[in-house]
Design a protein around this ligand. Structure first.
Ligand SMILES: CC(C)(COP(=O)(O)OP(=O)(O)OC[C@H]1O[C@@H](n2cnc3c(N)ncnc32)[C@H](O)[C@@H]1OP(=O)(O)O)[C@@H](O)C(=O)NCCC(=O)NCCS
Length: 187
């Protein structure tokens, strides 16, 4: 992952101290409907997530990122973790090698509605594309409107419905590195 700072957030790798946050972030009520595989009823499940989130920390672009507050705000202490961003290969439907790179996000319910995930995901996406990756995709349940809004706010294009990933129908978003469109850049 790429460590970053934004206006309001520090973006850092996961560590052993993040178990409680990992549990909390998976209490978002939308998970049961939109990502049932991520529902986290107990500490053992949270620990399995955390072990996965601690992988890829040394990878130049892929990885799992904690977004935490840089400063105290509205009774929340500096350093409070609010959400997570993931950048990883996306599993193609039907199996086979995962080649496309996916960005995704999850946020603790008590920290939603402040633009934190948009700020974090936008910084991560810019950094990944800036590091030379040609294209990043995001997929969401067709009715997951808060997630669609995040994708569009960080400049991803709404491509349309697809069954290309996760053996299910999702709404696909994509952003390409500047100059990586279907036609050569003008000028
Ligand atoms: C998807 C998810 C992360 C979106 O959370 P969110 O709080 O809507 O996203 P943001 O943190 O970017 O906040 C955006 C909201 O904050 C508001 N906001 C307030 N202050 C803001 C600021 N300074 N800057 C930007 N937005 C701000 C925006 O207007 C927007 O509110 P709106 O939806 O009422 O228009 C959250 O719903 C979630 O965790 N869902 C469960 C997991 C999930 O579905 N993940 C995606 C799988 S595909």
């Amino acid at each position: 992952m790429i460590p970053l700072r934004t206006e309001r957030l520090n973006l850092r790798a996961f560590d052993e101290g993040d178990l409680r946050f990992v549990f909390r972030v998976h209490q978002h009520p939308d998970l049961a409907r939109f990502i049932p595989s991520a529902v986290t009823p107990d500490e053992a499940t949270a620990r399995r997530h955390l072990e996965r989130f601690m992988t890829l920390a040394e990878h130049p672009v892929q990885g799992f990122t904690v977004a935490e507050l840089r400063d105290a705000v509205d009774g929340r202490a500096a350093g409070t973790p609010v959400g997570l961003i993931m950048v990883k290969p996306i599993p193609p439907s039907g199996g086979g090698e995962a080649v496309d790179l996916e960005i995704g996000w999850r946020q603790a319910p008590e920290h939603c509605g402040h633009g934190y995930i948009t700020e974090a995901a936008g910084a991560v996406l810019d950094a990944v594309l800036g590091a030379g990756v040609d294209e990043v995709v995001a997929v969401a349940h067709p009715d997951n409107f808060p997630s669609h809004a995040v994708a569009e706010r960080i400049g991803m294009d709404r491509v349309g419905l697809t069954r290309a990933y996760y053996d299910t129908e999702t709404l696909l978003f994509r952003r390409r590195r500047a100059g990586e469109g279907p036609f050569p850049p003008r000028g």
